[in-house]
Design a protein around this ligand. Structure first.
Ligand SMILES: [Zn+2]
Length: 234
């Protein structure tokens, strides 16, 4: 079972760990700061360093309770002590995008009463899927300015865990219902102070100001009620 260091410290850029399992180019560590792809957030990249040899982490994903790091070459062995270093530029951009997605989702939810059905973050642009019957393009610029107002307020983002039963009493917590696997006893909560509370496993910035400026690029209609909105950060 890999300890997920990013869950408690989203700003951890380097860490030391023990190699627990190796299968070809796939390496499992006892702990990691590498975010494994999931929940709409792409995985981190970076390096694992053993002595002076560098192994590039090209992909990371969860397999059961482990995080599997795919490296560009073989050579690491069980029992090796390594230092992991994230590609911080990429990760920080993903953190800003993730917090931006929460802000926009809440704006769309509050303002239009839409149900958020999914999101996919990325470096260049991110998308939010939502369900809304009556939708017109003029609403888009409204969403953008409301979201940017929240960004400018410099609200703090707090991350903590809450027992599932207690967390589910928070009215808006199931806005993105598919992030709550029933087996999970404690939910990790991401709260944008005074604005939004979500159960979420991703990485986020500490204050909304760090998001920068949100720009909505376009919106698409998929079927009668399904909308897709693309945004990027300036
Ligand atoms: Zn999220």
């Amino acid at each position: 079972m890999t300890e997920l260091l990013y869950m408690n410290d989203c700003y951890l850029k380097e860490f030391e760990a023990l190699v627990e399992k190796v299968d070809g180019n796939f390496v499992v560590l006892d702990k990691t700061a590498f975010y494994p792809q999931g929940g709409g957030q792409p995985c981190d990249n970076g390096v694992l360093i053993k002595d002076n040899e560098k192994f590039n982490v090209v992909f990371a994903k969860k397999i059961g309770q482990d995080v599997s790091h795919e490296v560009n070459k073989t050579g690491l062995k069980q029992g090796d002590r390594i230092k992991g270093i994230l590609n911080w530029e990429r990760r920080y951009l993903l953190m800003r995008n993730h917090t931006a997605a929460h802000i926009l989702s809440e704006v769309i939810h509050k303002d239009a009463g839409a149900l958020i059905t999914g999101n996919q973050l990325n470096i260049d642009k991110s998308r939010i899927d939502f369900n809304l019957e009556n939708f017109n393009r003029e609403q888009l610029s409204g969403f953008a300015s409301m979201a940017n107002e929240i960004v400018k307020k410099d609200l703090q983002i707090k991350i903590y865990s809450k027992p599932r039963e207690e967390a589910l009493k928070i009215p808006s917590i199931t806005k993105l219902a598919n992030v709550l696997p029933p087996a999970v006893k404690d939910l990790r909560i991401v709260e944008i102070e005074g604005f939004d509370i979500q159960a979420d496993g991703g990485t986020h910035v500490k204050s909304t100001k760090e998001v920068g400026e949100i720009e909505i690029i376009k919106a698409e209609n998929k079927g009668k009620n399904n909308r897709i909105l693309y945004f990027k950060l300036k």
